[in-house]
Write a protein that binds this ligand. Sequence first.
Ligand SMILES: [Zn+2]
Length: 588
Amino acid sequence: MNHSVLTALIVFCALFFASCTRQPAPEITLRYDENQSLEYHEVIDAYRQLASYYDKAKLTEMGPTDTGRPLHLFLLSGDGDFDPVSLKEKGRSIVLINNGIHAGEPAGIDGSIEYAVNLLENKDGMAGVLENTVIAIIPVYSIGGYLDQSRYYRMNQDGPEYKGARRNARNLDLNRDFMKQDSKNARSFAEIFHSLDPDVFIDTHTTNGMEHQAVMTLIASMHQKLPGPMAEFFKEEMQPELYRRMNEETDHGMIPYLQLIDRSHIRRGIAGFNDHPHYSSGYAALFNTLAFITETQFARPYPERVLATLDFIRFTVEYTARHTDRIRQMRKEASAQTKTRESFVLDWAPDMAQYDPIVFKGYETSQSTTPLTNRTVTNYHYDRSWSDTIAFYDYFTPLVTVRAPEAYIIPQAWEEVIDRMAQNGVRIDRLEKDTIVEAETTYVEDFEVSGTSNQGRHTISQLETRTELTNRQFYKGDAIIHTNQPANNYIVHALEPEAPASFLRWGFFTSALEDGEGWWIYGFEDYAWERLQEDEALRKAFEARKAENEAFRNDPRAQLEFILSQVREQEVERSWHLYPVGRLVSGK
Ligand SMILES: [Zn+2]
């Protein structure tokens, strides 16, 4: 064979019969049938093998995690295009799947590998979804948690035999870290999330609650957080179809995640989940992503949980593929609406006047006493099942609403806050010169700092604030965050003190609430005397308090503290209990 014939044959082979030059397709062996999950290196190796064999698959090392190992991202794309910008231009939808955030709940780790294999092998024509939908999989999110395997973690959970730890390498629960982003995992996740801007997001878990017949329970992000048409689509069209397919086309069964109204009576109904933005789904919803947390039931055997997670992923991807144009159009409109929105709901209260009837299939129970501690426990009788219609209270009413200012201004001293905003796709402008700015300023009148740490932070509760228009000095380089951005929801939830997952509540601003100057009785008393002569209202209040309270009358320090408390922010210490972030109000 001469050289040119050989070359032509190789080119022919490469172009038309790619498989003739290839090794056989990779054999990925999962062990969930034997109640085992894979070791971490086996998980990554499985994806690496798929990516090296199939042109439609790619495995990328993304940012670091707290173990030092990088997060991996596995992408499946029909035409081998993996560039998010170009994929968006082509009108593709993107589904992002996050696994192993709680590493002891690995059903999605195994389920996602099997799903990827099935899709790439085009089992039952499954690969059709790749024509307009891209699937992105984070194989294991809490890598540190997954490396730490023990048979004694989650001991009530039916497999796998060895389980990873709930918390990551820095002992953080990563499903509380999406707003504060203290872990490197969360910061690397933010980068992935914002580069992909997924239309649909699934975070896979396992419950620890009660037993019943369904393998899958589902938290769908609170629909009312989404703009009107999207909320309606999510609640009235997408969710019913996913429930229908899980219940009619499989044996798994799926019901909403069981948050009981009354812990001892399932028949009183279940409550919807108010997924604050420190949870994965609540965070995703801030960016108008349709978000789910799957929670397979802990008492069902591991293989069933893997397959239920796999089927939920499959149905969700298929639904997304079928409605790609509509979902993308709705998200585009939602993003435009978010950019110009003025009013934001920061927190919600359950609306107990509205509910959806759902069918719950349970087991009869009885109580018994344990021999070791005489504890009363519930026993499930798997041979005596029952089924009933119960109420699912999945509606909420706004509890705290705020009007967004034209912009927020954050002094550059609060670097950790500004960095996180930048990490989450927020556009940040900088003050060009030192300026006195008229800003709405919030004073924290009362608050409590948690005595024990919560996720490594001392959180703030019992917040009472007062807001005034003041002239404040800001400096060149201070951050200005305009509220005309697609990230508006994130901005408002991060910076409004009252928001349940605000940076103030997570303790980023606690030093601002400590006493700064301190004060000295001797120096202060001369001032207090003069002040009382000039300020009649203050003098009257002071005299009234002395008249009615004997202890006060006899306590010089209490008297000076009283005067100090009345004049503190205005005169003595202008930054006392001042929340550093200013609100710039339009027209001012
Ligand atoms: Zn979990």
